[in-house]
Design a protein around this ligand. Structure first.
Ligand code: ZN
Length: 379
């Protein structure tokens, strides 16, 4: 049942007490359903430029080599890690948490082979337009470069942060320093931890803090704008345990960078590790009373990429298929329908209102340009 229907059922009853007591109303809606959903915390997690092809079918055989895949690992080692006889075994080897837990307890969209289509609607299929679309709820044609600068459109994170119940408990943790612009840190006032800037520390630094700072300062960056995922993960887990955010964005970047470098072996390794980081975040949160049983994860990507022996490295209008993405959701309000097939086309812009709906807020009603939530993942 949708929240709107629940609200309508509530309105038919003169009060919550009567609603619970009156047989007529209780018959229409069990008392247990009165609450507006069980989700109290929501996390949007993105692995940059990670293709739906790898998510649904695992490693691609034609790229498990040096000639097309640019791999430094031997073919034998690469196959040992990621090659299996069937697509479902391959995807489970690559993403054990996504397929062993998320897809079993939640839902995953975007397997084009099953007729489930998820795509960007920004017409560009690169990063800033994608993060803008998913976080503001609509594409912005004016954003034509990752160097666009501060985002003029407030995101759903900024919108939620204005409510008392969320204020100061909305945070952006991402490897890419451009998130400071995408979420317009200066205007939004959100907590933003991004790029190679080490995480702030209140109080005297511990030896562990000093070591982390040293690694931030002395590691040679593959990309000066984008810190390695492993660095972000340390800062992220510390922040979650200490600040206990209610609404959180987590952006992992390596999967895009290694593809641009033409290193398919490292695309697979970083995809596999990202799956492990998401598992670690989920399990850490489940140990904390604030999050246990009341937290929903939305896991997705900002864009797809091309296909074939060369175009897997790049993405955009030139690389056919870059508009295709995937979206997975797991949490207490999402029916465990697993891998979805057919159904309406899901667009990236729906993610913003979905995130708000999970914590009981109607973003589409407040911001008319925002796309509707993904109804299938809400009770
Ligand atoms: Zn890219």
């Amino acid at each position: 049942m949708t929240r709107q229907l629940r609200r309508a059922a509530m309105l038919l009853c003169p009060s919550v007490l009567l609603y619970l007591a009156a047989g007529m109303c209780a018959a229409a809606e069990p008392a247990a359903e009165v609450a507006p959903g069980k989700t109290r915390n929501v996390v949007l997690i993105v692995s940059d430029g990670l293709r739906w092809q790898e998510v649904f079918t695992g490693a691609e055989e034609d790229l498990l080599n040096d000639s097309a895949g640019g791999s430094w690992l031997s073919d034998a080692e690469l196959r040992k890690r990621y090659w299996r006889a069937t697509p479902s075994e391959r995807r489970e080897a690559l993403f054990p948490f996504l397929w062993g837990t998320v897809a079993k307890r939640g839902q995953i969209f975007g397997n084009q082979a099953l007729g489930s289509i998820a795509r960007v609607s920004n017409g560009k299929a690169f990063s800033y337009p994608g993060y803008n679309e998913m976080s503001t709820g609509s594409p912005n044609d004016a954003i034509d470069s990752n160097e666009f600068g501060p985002n003029p459109t407030p995101s759903v994170f900024e919108w939620l942060n204005q409510f008392d119940e969320f204020h100061g408990r909305v945070a952006i943790y991402g490897t890419w320093n451009v998130f400071e612009n995408i979420f317009n840190q200066r205007r939004s006032g959100l907590v933003v931890q991004a790029g190679w800037k080490p995480p702030p520390k209140v109080g005297p630094p511990t030896p562990r803090d000093l070591l982390l700072r040293r690694l931030y300062a002395t590691t040679t960056p593959l990309d000066e704008e984008d810190v390695d995922n492993s660095f972000l993960q340390v800062a992220l887990l510390d922040y979650v345990k200490s600040a206990k955010p209610r609404v959180l964005f987590v952006g992992y970047g390596e999967t895009d960078n290694w593809a641009h470098q033409g290193r398919y072996d490292l695309v697979l390794d970083s995809a596999h590790r990202t799956d492990g980081f998401i598992k670690e975040l989920w399990e850490t949160m489940q140990t904390l009373p604030q999050y246990r049983g009341t937290t929903t994860f939305i896991i997705t990507t900002d864009h797809g990429r091309g296909s074939g022996l060369t175009d897997w490295k790049e993405h955009g209008v030139e690389q056919k298929g870059s508009e295709n993405i995937w979206v997975a959701v797991m949490g207490p309000d999402t029916p465990a329908l697993g891998e979805r097939r057919d159904g309406p086309v899901l667009v990236q812009a729906q993610i913003a209102a979905t995130l708000a709906a999970l914590v009981g807020r109607d973003y589409h009603q407040a911001v008319a340009r925002a796309a509707l939530p993904i109804a299938q993942i809400l009770h």
